[in-house]
Design a protein around this ligand. Sequence first.
Ligand SMILES: [Zn+2]
Length: 277
Amino acid sequence: MEFIPAGEIVDNVQIRTVTISSDPNLPDGEYAFVDMYCTDDACDCRKTMVAVMHNGAQVATVDFGWETDAYYQKWMGGEAAGMPKMSGASIAMCSKANLREGVLILFNHLLNEQWIGKFKEHYRLVKAKRAGKQKENLTIVSALKFTDQYQDLLQNIETAIIHVHRHIPLLDYDVMEALEYLIDTYKHISQGREPKAPRLNQKTGQLYTDIMEVCCWRMGTEAVSPELGELPENVTIYSAADIVACLKRILKSVKKWNKGYGRTGYLTFIGKFSGKG
Ligand SMILES: [Zn+2]
């Protein structure tokens, strides 16, 4: 089953963050907790999966169920040997081994009625939105379809963004600016007109060039950079109009995450889904 961050569906979600220094179990830095929920509206799992990010990179996942053991046993159809504990907080095995203990201690330390209340509310809203009015459902479905159709291209563009961010720390605002220029450029290209020269600073200039490189590559233009290499034979070649649609889509996502989570809300969010290095 798929889990998605509450912020993908619910408006104005605030990500909880805490700054740690001199903790015996954890490296210094900013820790952010992104609560995610299962999107199956027929499933009543009553839990959240919390992605724990350290300075923008995911280091651990905490599963938290707010109901009692009895509830989950009944939900799973009776007590079974080796059944994972769902009540309370537990650390997922995919978490970094050396941080598991520290993260779990920190999570339990931060846990309070207010935070649990937020989880319950987000869970309810995610499920309600998924199950709710057909119109809303259709919007979500079409959004998911779009993401499916263009998944590789969206990923190529976001990887380019994260790559720049790792070398020159960016703000969401830089990304928005570069995307706006790129949308304009590719609109011109799709209409067979000469693109206007954008006015860019060092950061937005780097973003503009790198994203453009990846887009040219996906359009089947001759490999612009040795790093990207030749486009494999069986991949989809996209048109300038496809590129515009994807850039717009990413811009929308930057705006949404930025509005909900602050100056680097979007960058933090996409950093979570990309590997290190
Ligand atoms: Zn579920």
